[in-house]
Design a protein around this ligand. Structure first.
Ligand code: 13P
Ligand code: SF4
Length: 328
């Protein structure tokens, strides 16, 4: 650690103490951000912590929907997102009712044509097409979409959430890959929306074959946001923290990691005797990487950026999140 990093860390830790703050980090954050956090986890773990830990402030090192969930669950706490532009493009792929803004948050990344939906199409329109069918919203959605949904899910619990609902069908938004994976693992009919994560969607069968050729002893772990043909070829499909549990419990020593490369930090740190290889080196979420130690410090200094959900959206969105947290 250089002197600048040490000084930044000291200042952040002083603010943390002074403001009775909790620093939460998603598993995809930069190594140094993970290192300064009070807790590092997947979406499900982070929402549980945000809902239950006693503190005045949460500095959420992740993307916008994660900070929003923390604010929905704990409105009495000040929730800060250090980088205002750290969003999740998949969460922006569906709107509750208003037209969806069609824009590419990633200059320099190719935008596949299916990103562009008819902007007038919304979750309310799907609900009208399937009256009475419950809606499961992946946590990677806006608060407004959660508010229009019956229950939330994460990549760690999607199948259990779907099975907990009455009836033979569910609407599952916005990730088509997660929905397809869930459909493979339940007898219920899963009505999917056409969203996706462009970091996971880019992985192909050729990538899997190449990684297997280079690391013939390794087990392949894949995140359910990958395409179904990739998931079918994986040894284990699970959330980011699910991969941490799987790798440490496994007697095997080598693993190919089919998710964002930020997870490699914890995998290697917690399993120093094992080897981890990224499935693709370019599985880098630019939004997750926006947060730096400097932006955390600035966030404390400027009390920015406050994420607060209006009560008329927060209350129904909390109902959907609470149902998830009570189910699994
Ligand atoms: P996890 O819930 O598995 O951490 O995933 C969150 C995410 O954004 C995946 O791209
Ligand atoms: Fe969103 Fe994909 Fe980044 Fe996760 S990895 S935050 S789903 S863009």
């Amino acid at each position: 650690m250089g002197p600048d990093t040490a000084a930044l860390r000291d200042q952040i830790l002083r603010f943390r103490e002074e403001k009775r703050a909790l620093i939460l980090s998603h598993n995809y954050q930069r190594d140094e951000v993970q290192e300064i956090a009070d807790f590092v986890g997947d979406s499900l773990e982070l929402s549980r912590i945000a809902a239950t830990r006693d503190c005045n402030m949460i500095v959420f090192c992740g993307v916008h929907f994660m900070a929003e969930s923390a604010s929905i669950l704990s409105p009495e706490k000040t929730v800060l997102l250090p980088e205002r532009e750290a969003g999740c493009p998949m969460a922006d792929m569906i709107r509750a009712s208003a037209p969806r803004p069609v824009r590419n948050r990633f200059p320099g990344f190719e935008t596949p044509p299916s990103y562009v939906y008819p902007p007038e199409f919304s979750l309310k329109d799907i609900k009208k097409q399937y009256p009475g069918v419950p809606v499961v919203a992946y946590v990677n959605t806006t608060a407004e979409v959660k508010a229009e949904s019956d229950i939330c899910c994460t990549s760690a619990n999607v199948v259990r959430i779907i099975e907990s609902l009455p009836g033979e069908a569910v609407i599952c938004v916005p990730d088509k890959n997660l929905s397809m994976w869930a459909a493979r693992n339940t007898k219920k009919k899963v009505i999917a929306w056409d969203g996706y994560c462009n970091i996971h969607e880019r992985v192909t069968v050729e990538d899997v074959e190449s990684a297997r050729r280079h690391h013939p002893q390794a087990l392949l772990m894949a995140h359910p946001e990958c395409r179904i043909e990739v998931l079918e070829r994986a040894d284990h499909v699970t959330s980011t923290s699910g991969m941490l549990r799987f790798a440490s419990a496994s007697p095997e020593a080598e693993f190919i990691v089919g998710t964002e490369v930020g997870l490699l930090h914890r995998l290697r740190k917690e399993n120093p005797a094992k080897l981890f290889f990224p499935l693709r080196n370019d599985m880098v979420c630019p939004n997750m990487k926006k947060t730096t130690l400097y932006s955390i410090l600035k966030s404390f200094q400027e009390n920015s950026y406050i994420v607060k959900v209006p009560e008329h959206v927060r209350v129904p969105a909390k109902r959907a999140l609470d149902r998830m947290l009570q189910t699994v």
